[in-house]
Design a protein around this ligand. Structure first.
Ligand code: DC
Length: 650
C-alpha cells in the first residue's frame, strides 16, 4: 500500500491488547540461543525485526521450533554459535545487529554481517572498539565505524576493563553485556562517557538475570560479570507487551478523551518506557495503572498542558510526546534526545519536517526539539515516514486534531507492530450502538444508517445464529457451553452483501429460520459463548465508523461508545410489524399469539442473568412506535450528529 488515509478523528477510547515488546523479544531469543537447555519463549512479538533475529539464529544453527502462535521452543547451544561460517543480512534491525556482532565476535568463527542501506549509516564503532580491546577481530567492509562488518576467529583476553562510550546508543553496552559471559572470564566494562537510555540497560540486566547471569553494577559507570557464569534456560519465559507501542494508545486516550486501556504492560513491567505515563501525567492526563495494564483519560478540565522535559531515559516514547505536543496549550520542549539522530532515520529532522506539515511550528536543535501547536491544523497532510515505524505511528495521532491525515508507506509499521493501524482504528472509529428488544426494527434501521454513512455494519444477532447453526452442523448440543464456545471462537463466517457464508457455503436463508432464532437465543445465554464472540465483534470497529446492532452493543461490546441508542416500540407495534413480515412471506400468523410470544420473550430477556436486555444509562431512547423506518433512520442520524459520531462532524 502506498498510503493510508486516516479520517478526521474526535475521540479515542477502548481496550488494546499490546503485541510483545521488541526489545525483550530479541534479547530473549539471543539469550535462549546461548543458554544451556531448552527455553519456551511465549508471546514473542511477530514483526520484521524479530523475524530477522529468528532467521539469523537459525542460520547460526540454533534449533527454533514454533509451538502454537507467538510461541517458540529454542534449543540453546550452551555457549557460542556452533556454525562457524555465516553471512547474515539483518535488515534495519539494530536489536539484532549489535548483540549478534558481539556474540559472533566471541564465537570463534568467520562471519559477515550486513543490512539495508540505512543500517550501514548507523554507527557501530563504539561497539567494535570495545570488542577489539579484548582481542576480537572485527573489520569494516565499507565506511570506518559503520556496517557491514566481518568477524574473524580470535581468543578473547580480558586482562583490563573494557572502556566503551555510552552516549551514542545504549545498545553497544547491551551487546557487550549479553556476549561477555561467553568468555567464561571475569569481565569489567567501564563507561568512558555518560550512558544514555538507561532503562534499556535495565531490561538487559533483568533478562540476563532470568537466564542466570548476574551483573554487578556501580552506578551507571562500571559493570562486572564474575567468571564462570553461564546462561541457563529459565524453562519458560513470557514476553511482556511493548511499552513503546503502548505510548501511541496512552497518548490517544489523553488526547481523545479515553478511557483507553492498554493490556500487556503495567506497574510490574521491566520496560523503562512505561515512564511515558509520567510524562503524560505531567501534561495533566489522568492515568491509572494495574500490574499488567495502564489506562489514560483526558484531563478533567481544560486541555493538555505544555511541557519542558529531559527525555533521555525514554527516547522512543518521546517521539509520541512530540506528537502529543500538537495538542498542548503552549510550546513544548523535548530535551536530551540526541540519540534520535542515529535511529531508523534522523528522527529530529524527520519529526521537525512532519510536525510542520500538520501546521506546528518546530525548532530543531542538535539534541532537542521545540513544538508550538498549530494555530490552524492543515488537513490532508501527507506524512512522509522515512521507513521509520515510529514516525508512522506517532504522526497518526495527528488525525485526532479533527483533520484527515495521509500516512505514506504505512507498511513500515511492520518493523514492530504489523497490526498497528487496525488497532488504532479499533479505538478511534466512531461507533453507533443500536440496542433494543426483538422486533423493534433495529436491524433494518441499523443497516440503513450504516449504508447512509458508508460505515461498517455489525449484525451481532447473526453471529449468534451462525454459532447455533455451526454447532448444529457439528452435532454439538446447544447447551454444551464449552463446546459451543469453542465453535464460536473458530467461526469461519463471511459477509458479502446479502450473502452470509459458513465454511464457504451461503446460509443466509437457513439463518433467518425460527429454529436458528431459537438456537441463537439459547447459545446467547451461555457466558462462554458471549466471551468467545467479544473480540470478534470488537474487531468490526474500523474507519470510517461502525453501526453495531444487538442487545448488548452499548453495555458490553462497545461500552466506550458515545453514541448509544436504545430503539424500542410498544409490544403491540412490534407484534404488528412481525405479523406483517410473516404475512408478506406467505406464512399464516396469529396476532394475539405473536404479541404473547413477544411479551414473554421481553420478560425473559430482561430477567436473564447473562446480557439481560436493558437500556444503558447513557443511551438515548428512541421509541419508534409511531415512526416509519425512514423516520427512524433520520432520528438515529440526528442523534449520531448530536453525539459526534458522524464522519466529518466537528
Ligand atoms: O437479532 P436476532 O434475532 O438475529 O438475534 C438472535 C438471538 O441472539 C436473539 O435471541 C438475541 C440474541 N442476541 C444476543 O443475545 N446478543 C446480541 N448482541 C445479539 C443477539
Amino acid at each position: 500500500m502506498e498510503f493510508l488515509d486516516i479520517p478526521p478523528l474526535h475521540r479515542a477510547a477502548g481496550v488494546i491488547r499490546l503485541p510483545g515488546s521488541k526489545s525483550i523479544s530479541n534479547r530473549t531469543l539471543l539469550l535462549a540461543a546461548l543458554a544451556d537447555g531448552v527455553t519456551e519463549v511465549r508471546d514473542l512479538l511477530d514483526s520484521d525485526d524479530t523475524r530477522v533475529m529468528l532467521a539469523a539464529l537459525r542460520t547460526l544453527g540454533v534449533d527454533i521450533e514454533p509451538i502454537g502462535s507467538d510461541a517458540y521452543r529454542v534449543t540453546g547451544q550452551g555457549g557460542g554459535f556452533r556454525v562457524k561460517e555465516a553471512d547474515l543480512f539483518l535488515g534495519n534491525a539494530g536489536t539484532a545487529f549489535r548483540p549478534l556482532t558481539a556474540a559472533l565476535a566471541l564465537s570463534g568463527g568467520d562471519y559477515r554481517l550486513s543490512g539495508v542501506a540505512r543500517m550501514h549509516e548507523r554507527p557501530i564503532g563504539d561497539l567494535v572498539d570495545g570488542l577489539r580491546q579484548m582481542g576480537c577481530v572485527v573489520n569494516y567492509l565499507g565506511k570506518e565505524g559503520y556496517p557491514p562488518l566481518v568477524v574473524r576467529p580470535a581468543v578473547a583476553s580480558l586482562t583490563a576493563p573494557i572502556r566503551v562510550r555510552g552516549d551514542v546508543s545504549s545498545q553497544f553496552l547491551t551487546a557487550l553485556l549479553m556476549a561477555l559471559p561467553l568468555t567464561g572470564q571475569t569481565a569489567v566494562i567501564e563507561m568512558s562517557t555518560e550512558l544514555i537510555s538507561r532503562p534499556y540497560i535495565e531490561i538487559t540486566l533483568k533478562l540476563m538475570a532470568r537466564f542466570g547471569v548476574i551483573v554487578g553494577r556501580e552506578g551507571w559507570e562500571r559493570f562486572t560479570i564474575a567468571a564462570g557464569q553461564r546462561y541457563r534456560s529459565p524453562g519458560a519465559i513470557h514476553v511482556e507487551g511493548d511499552a513503546s507501542s503502548a505510548s501511541y494508545f496512552l497518548a490517544a486516550g489523553a488526547i481523545g478523551g479515553g478511557p483507553l486501556r492498554v493490556e500487556g504492560v503495567g506497574r510490574d513491567s521491566i520496560q523503562g518506557d512505561i515512564a511515558f505515563a509520567d510524562a503524560l501525567a505531567a501534561m495533566g492526563a489522568r492515568i491509572e495503572m494495574g500490574p499488567n495494564w495502564i489506562e489514560t483519560r483526558a484531563p478533567v478540565r481544560g486541555g493538555l498542558r505544555a511541557f519542558d522535559l529531559d527525555l533521555n531515559h525514554i527516547p522512543d516514547a518521546a517521539m509520541t510526546l512530540a506528537t502529543a505536543a500538537l495538542f498542548a496549550d503552549g510550546p513544548c520542549t523535548l530535551r536530551n534526545i540526541a540519540s534520535w539522530r542515529v535511529k531508523e532515520t534522523d528522527r529530529i529532522a524527520a519529526m521537525a519536517a512532519e510536525l510542520s506539515r500538520i501546521g506546528a511550528l518546530v525548532e530543531a536543535g542538535p539534541d532537542s526539539i521545540r513544538v508550538t501547536p498549530p494555530t490552524a491544523w492543515v488537513p490532508d497532510a501527507a506524512i512522509v515516514t522515512y521507513d521509520d515505524h515510529r514516525i508512522a505511528m506517532c504522526l497518526s495521532l495527528a488525525a485526532l486534531g479533527g483533520v484527515p491525515v495521509r500516512i505514506l508507506d504505512p507498511g513500515c509499521v511492520a518493523k514492530t507492530f504489523p497490526g498497528y493501524f487496525d488497532a488504532y482504528a479499533r479505538v478511534t472509529a466512531p461507533v453507533i450502538c443500536i440496542d433494543g428488544p426483538s422486533a423493534s426494527g433495529k436491524g433494518t434501521v441499523a443497516a440503513r444508517v450504516a449504508a447512509a454513512l458508508g460505515y461498517h455494519y455489525l449484525d451481532s444477532g447473526t453471529l449468534y445464529r451462525l454459532t447455533a447453526l455451526a454447532a448444529r452442523q457439528a452435532g454439538v448440543a446447544w447447551e454444551n457451553e464449552s463446546a459451543v464456545a469453542a465453535i464460536a471462537a473458530r467461526l469461519n463466517a463471511g459477509f458479502d452483501g446479502d450473502r452470509i457464508t459458513l465454511n464457504g457455503v451461503d446460509v443466509a436463508g437457513t439463518l433467518r429460520s425460527e429454529e436458528m432464532g431459537a438456537g441463537a437465543s439459547q447459545v446467547a445465554a451461555l457466558p462462554g459463548v458471549r466471551a468467545a464472540l467479544l473480540a470478534r465483534q470488537r474487531a468490526y470497529r474500523a474507519w470510517p465508523g461502525l453501526v453495531a446492532d444487538g442487545r448488548d452493543m452499548g453495555s458490553v461490546v462497545f461500552p466506550e461508545s458515545e453514541c448509544k441508542i436504545f430503539l424500542t416500540a410498544s409490544a403491540e407495534a412490534r407484534a404488528g410489524r412481525r405479523y406483517k413480515q410473516l404475512i408478506e412471506k406467505g406464512v399464516t400468523a396469529n396476532m394475539a399469539a405473536l404479541l404473547k410470544d413477544l411479551q414473554e420473550r421481553d420478560a425473559r430477556d430482561s430477567a436473564r442473568s447473562v446480557a439481560p436486555l436493558q437500556r444503558c444509562a447513557d443511551a438515548a431512547l428512541l421509541d419508534t412506535t409511531e415512526l416509519s423506518i425512514e423516520q427512524a433512520v433520520v432520528a438515529v442520524l440526528g442523534l449520531a450528529l448530536a453525539r459526534n459520531a458522524l464522519p466529518r462532524a466537528s
